[in-house]
Design a binder for this molecule. Sequence first.
Ligand code: AMP
Length: 521
Amino acid sequence: MAGGLRPAGFLRGVKLAMKVTVLTTETQAKPTGFAQFDLPAVLLRAVATAGYSEPKPIQRDAIPPQLAGRDLLGIAQTGSGKTAAFALPILAKLIGLGAKRRPKAAHALVLAPTRELAVQIEEAFRTLAKGAHISTALVLGGVSRSSQVKKIAPGVDVLIATPGRLHDLVQEGDAILSDVKWLVLDEADRMLDMGFIHQVKRLAKATSRDRQTMLFSATMPPEIAELAAGLLKEPVRVEVAPQGTTVAEIDQSVILARVKQKRKLLAEMLADETMRSVMVFARTKHGADRVAKDLARDGFEAAVIHGNKSQNARQAALNGFREGKSRVLVATDIAARGIDVPGISHVINFDLPDEAESYVHRIGRTGRNGASGTAVTLCAPDEAQKLKAVEKVIRRKLPVARDLTGEPDPQPVAGERPHQDRREGRRSDERPQRTRREHGSKADQLRQNRGPAPHGRPAKPQHATRPAAAEAASGEGFAGLPGPARFGQGEPRQGRPAKPDGRPAQGFKGKRWGGRRSRAA
Ligand code: AMP
């Protein structure tokens, strides 16, 4: 309890509430900030140390029902403050619990779709549990399994996990979930997209029957509504932004550009120094690599994260971006999901996402904590349907800032060496060599055309006179990107269970839950 008197909220609904409420309002100002919640003093101190003065709307609405023991359905995006909204009530309960930890068991379990999000959640728990003697552990794919097994061997208070690896550990008898009294499914819609839903259901089933369950999702597709109906008991529904709408502070626009124009356009945009911290989204892992490589050739260093990168490489890229060492981070949807980097000024959708709802997640990287943000989407003619789908989800038309489709293609550079694709062993079906020649070394081209650019950035590019119809006639699709991701190459897709490290998910038939050790990590 924060102060000497019980907060009015605690007494609301009891018989003497009227009398006592009058007393508290007359003699003591209603607590504000986090003191309005019935949280242990140690948590209030940690919240203050973290610099949170006022609860965010999701926290204001979601913390009291959770403290009262209710299940919760939270419709909220990353950046809304949802982590503290579930972490604080769980920590409050754990502090009051005083129960002994059993070996390999956890009292609270948070499931998250990506490793990066899981790492962030653990950091938030540690920050908020400062001084409270609460133990946390992370279970993630793509990193050493043995250290995780060791960490949870004595038992932990809060286990934060991606479903694939935890599923393995439970199946192999290295983690026990029957003591889990608090279960959080974070970014449930993304877990669905990534094909984790089956594993999530199995994991939830292995937890305590009388658990309290919190499910957070940015969107509510029918499968998530069904999952919620199966897992939550009479939940309180808290929605911080209407479903499918995007954060009001984000200035959103579209640039219509043919595929071949996108690279140059991106370089042009990044030449603007006011773009302090930029996330560029690509549709596929190969596409992300290609964008980063092209950027490097155009004189812009960019960090890259996607599912084919090792966990360490992803974390290093993310840290570099967070610390401002890299101004640009190129990412795929799944790798970027849930990433919380404060101060991202711009999101550029180099191409449109396959799933319209990913747009909401992408642009939600900017405009955080009330800051302004800008999201620009580059849309090629063959992406028009995807743009329409996005506009349907966000329930509004995106303004077209520029239409370059009638302009000629970027100028090929005379005497330029053929591109290195062959030497790099690129698949011949990914991108015709001709296209690379057309793009050329942008920095050289710009220098030749314009002389050195200020601040070492490329000068405004010029366009050649190739007729716009030529590209359409060539029948070329995504010049800068590979064709549609194939199984095993692209990010995991809906309906195809996959593990975070890209391995195909294990079938359940014939496998005993918690049975013999079936597979080395
Ligand atoms: P989340 O949506 O949980 O990823 O939180 C987004 C960001 O908001 C994180 O950097 C949190 O540290 C921060 N945050 C959460 N709650 C508050 C608060 N009440 N006041 C200020 N910042 C907060």
